[in-house]
Ligand binder design. Sequence first.
Ligand code: ADP
Length: 367
Amino acid sequence: MVSTSPNDAFVAFEHVQKSYDGVSLVVKDLNLSIGKGEFLTMLGPSGSGKTTCLMMLAGFETATHGRIMLDGTNINEVPPHKRGIGMVFQNYALFPHMTVGENLSFPLEVRGIGKSEREAKVKRALDMVQMYSFINRRPAQLSGGQQQRIALARALVFDPSLVLMDEPLGALDKQLREHMQFEIKHLHESLGITVVYVTHDQGEALTMSDRVAVFNDGRIQQLASPSDLYERPDNSFVAQFIGENNKLPGVIESIGDGKCTVRLTTGEVIDATPVNVSEKGAKTLVSIRPERVEYKPEMMPAGAHTIDAEVMEFIYMGDLFRTRLRVAGSDEFVIKSRNTLGQRMLSPGEKIKIGWAPQDARALDPM
Ligand code: ADP
């Protein structure tokens, strides 16, 4: 079990702020505790402050305010090479004039480790990524995926307990990226290291992480497990950023007992679960995942409100049907249905009724 209490955190950001120009803050009062052995991903759109956080943890940038703790010690003043942190960055290239073996041996030499121990550690690290037979090659003689494996081995070669990765797979094609995601996850599990990973790719974050910190505009919007982020987004930014999402604007009409009804701007009433809205009359944006919407009458949850929809487009995708609907005046409502035996296909122009269980529609503050 991964520890998450701030008292026994392995890495902690405490009230950390960062400004590059002395005026605007790109990281705003960041508080984040990462447990030993945890795989934590910082996920967010470009410019949201993820890399800045990672650079402060690595020691290449200084915090304007606040403390960064590693294993109980304040490391604000500790230079990068004394932090004992392994790093894999997309642009943190291998040395082109050195062989694979020399690239891996280098961080060990810097740490004053003797020749025979160096050789043993280099072999072990290359074995971990199944690249020992490439020890005498130069980086230019390797494919992109192989180079990234070597960069990973180089980050692991001195047995760091913490490894930072910033978009390490960004330059690889989709298939290789997915393969490497599993390889990194497997190494994380087998070595028991703590990983802090930065990506803007939500699929990557959901696949690999124990917890994900969703960043926007220098702040963490939500810190949660992948399933909680997807199933229980705290606000409309997270609902929109993670996975596919339908949103319906309206006003809370009745609320109580963990349920509410929402009158949409076009007049229909729907069922939802209030998340960060508490008052009758409050504006809300209701968020519903495409796979949680039902249109077959016999499958509709008992007592659910249903609303009218018109089929705009029906796409057969093999295992799934993806249907785009006009709902409450918008043409962008998407539902996904499993292709089960006897499932009826819908046709454009067809009028249907849709509904859902109230717990699957989250009434969020539109912000
Ligand atoms: P992300 O990793 O989420 O894309 P960054 O941490 O790279 O975000 O950037 C956050 C903000 O800080 C952006 O507005 C970016 O332009 C700015 N920024 C990043 N690095 C520097 C720098 N070295 N000097 C000035 N501004 C920077």
